[in-house]
Ligand binder design. Structure first.
Ligand SMILES: N[C@@H](CCC(=O)N[C@@H](CS)C(=O)NCC(=O)O)C(=O)O
Length: 247
């Protein structure tokens, strides 16, 4: 367990459980860092053990241990942080704009991440995907891409001039999705949405991204090897890149 950051604005001790291959864990961790919240990381894998299910009822990561009890599911975790932790706001004050942040996160979760996740077996998990599944998901992704093109403003953040939870949520989902669409479909999700590449570069300049992406790349490489994945980091894609070593 490591203490991630200590801030003078200590309000509640929080412990984030999960590990860095998980895009959802990375989203929650990035939000905690953006808020300069004091928190600890408990590095654990998803589990169906009884003790784990008491904290995270579906056995998924991440979950957040709060002083009042555990909370799983990333979007509710982000909302809890917004309401209970000091620091920069990650949601706009205006109700419609707030709802639009949730709208983007819903769409990215359901129609991007949950779709590409069905293709993880043949890409990241060392097994295979069926041609019909690949085709069906490809069709869904076309609708998703068209929708996201309409929603993102890139001024310079996804929904205006301020960083929101939608930026963090989208960043960590798009990284894995882009690696996958290049591998499976031969096209880049990032290149299909004008403005997304520039926004990605902007996001990688943030301290939260540097911290989270550095650990992600380190553990993702080992994860892919352990799984015997068809994809490996040398195939490229995604947003986060390992620094080139000086020869
Ligand atoms: N809807 C959940 C998704 C979390 C999720 O799918 N986590 C993955 C890791 S990225 C996991 O725990 N997988 C293990 C499992 O499903 O058993 C959230 O928002 O947190």
């Amino acid at each position: 367990m490591t203490t991630e950051r200590l801030s003078p604005a200590v309000i509640v001790p929080l412990r984030l459980h999960g590990y860095a291959v998980s895009n959802y864990f990375n989203i929650a961790r990035a939000a905690l860092i953006e808020k300069a919240a004091p928190f600890e990381i408990v590095r654990v894998r998803a589990s169906q053990e009884e003790a784990f299910l008491r904290m995270s009822p579906l056995g998924k990561i991440p979950f957040l241990e709060t002083p009042s009890g555990p909370l799983s599911e990333t979007i509710p975790i982000l909302e809890y942080l917004e309401e209970c932790v000091d620091g920069p706001h990650l949601y706009p004050a205006d109700p419609l704009q707030r709802a639009r942040v949730r709208q983007v996160m819903n769409i990215v979760q359901l129609y991007l991440d949950m779709q590409v996740r069905r293709l993880y077996p043949g890409v990241y998990l060392g097994t295979s995907n069926q041609a019909e599944t690949i085709q069906a998901i490809g069709q869904t992704l076309e609708v998703t891409i068209n929708g996201l093109r309409r929603l993102f403003t890139f001024r310079p953040f996804l929904l205006g001039d301020t960083l929101t939870s939608a930026d963090l949520f989208t960043l960590y989902c798009v990284d894995l999705a882009d690696r996958l669409t290049r591998f499976v479909y031969g096209w880049s999700l990032i290149e299909r949405i004008d403005g997304l590449a520039e926004w990605s570069r902007l996001m990688t300049t943030r301290d939260s991204t540097r911290i989270v992406a550095t650990e992600f790349l380190k553990v993702f490489r080992g994860y892919l090897t352990d799984k015997g994945a068809a994809y490996d980091l040398s195939l490229g894609g995604g947003i986060f890149m390992e620094p080139h070593s000086a020869d």
